[in-house]
Design a protein around this ligand. Structure first.
Ligand code: G
Ligand code: G
Ligand code: MN
Ligand code: NA
Length: 253
């Protein structure tokens, strides 16, 4: 069975949706952001996670098309929230390397923002480190995106081909501490050292730190003391449909 073909069909049949996972300020506990996460509403298998979709899409050019749909859907949703009268929190959208290497990527972003009349300040792009390897097109696209007013976050920080040199060349606003460094906190001394070091590095470079995959109060407590800025994880909220995310934003006002 050709999974890539199945994904193409699903895109045509509009079977994809976005769920939204909340991010909270460590200081005052306020909702500060949402991460958009792709899901496939399969007619037989039910809800399928991005972990099963993205790697297949990334192995072909399909990711460019699918990623375009994700960004468009995120903007359409922001428009609906704005029309519903809420002041939306920053919406983070995951972007694959292959999208960033696409020459039309910046145009797609520009056109979509204009089409839905969504201010760029409401959006954040999450990229993984592996794409920041001296790739001139990626760097150029990221700079343009930043100039347009979108925020940029490095996802899964520390897990990729670490290239700290790219940090100084890039217009980054957030570092996301990968879940693999959070899961064994506070007990694991290596993970404790790594998390602490990432926070110090980020702060030295004027970046805000988001920890992801927080599931226990002990993990949150450690990261709070270590100076983390934003929390994301099942302890605070799972990825949820747009209507529930809207309720969270309404409660906040
Ligand atoms: O939410 P979930 O556990 O299914 O996500 C699995 C992985 O897929 C995560 O690494 C997440 O960053 C990635 N992912 C989720 N949605 C998207 C998306 O819209 N685009 C890209 N490129 N990656 C995504
Ligand atoms: O790579 P990225 O950080 O985008 O991946 C986010 C993924 O992690 C999403 O698939 C999301 O559903 C998942 N996730 C978010 N919070 C938690 C958590 O607290 N525990 C676990 N196990 N997964 C989480
Ligand atoms: Mn992410
Ligand atoms: Na990711």
């Amino acid at each position: 069975l050709d999974l890539e073909q199945a994904l193409r069909k699903a895109l045509k049949k509009e079977e994809f949706i976005l769920h939204y996972q909340p991010q909270y300020s460590v200081d005052d506990g306020h909702l500060t952001g949402l991460e958009a996460l792709l899901r496939w509403q399969h007619p037989v298998r039910g809800l399928i996670s991005a972990a099963e979709i993205i790697p297949i899409a990334e192995s072909s050019k399909l990711i460019v098309e699918l990623g375009g749909w994700v960004f468009e859907q995120a903007c359409r949703q922001l428009r609906l929230w704005l029309d519903a009268g809420v002041d939306p929190v920053r919406l983070a959208v995951n972007v694959s390397v292959r999208q960033l290497q696409d020459l039309h990527f910046v145009n797609v972003i520009e056109r979509t923002l204009t089409h839905f009349q969504v201010p760029a300040q409401h959006l954040e792009i999450e990229v993984t480190e592996s794409c920041l390897q001296d790739n001139e097109i990626c760097l150029k696209n990221l700079r343009k995106i930043e100039q347009m007013g979108l925020a940029i976050a490095i996802d899964d920080f520390g897990t990729g081909f670490s290239c700290l040199s790219s940090l100084k060349k890039l217009p980054i606003h957030y570092l996301k501490i990968d879940r693999s460094f959070v899961i064994d906190l506070p007990k694991d001394e290596n993970d404790a050292a790594i998390a602490t070091a990432i926070i110090a590095l980020g702060h030295q470079m004027n970046l805000k730190i988001i920890a992801e995959g927080i599931e226990t109060q002990a993990q949150a407590d450690f990261l709070r003391v270590a100076g983390c800025d934003h929390f994301q994880g099942y302890l605070f909220g799972r990825p949820m449909p747009a209507t529930e995310a809207l309720q969270l934003m309404r409660k906040r006002q």
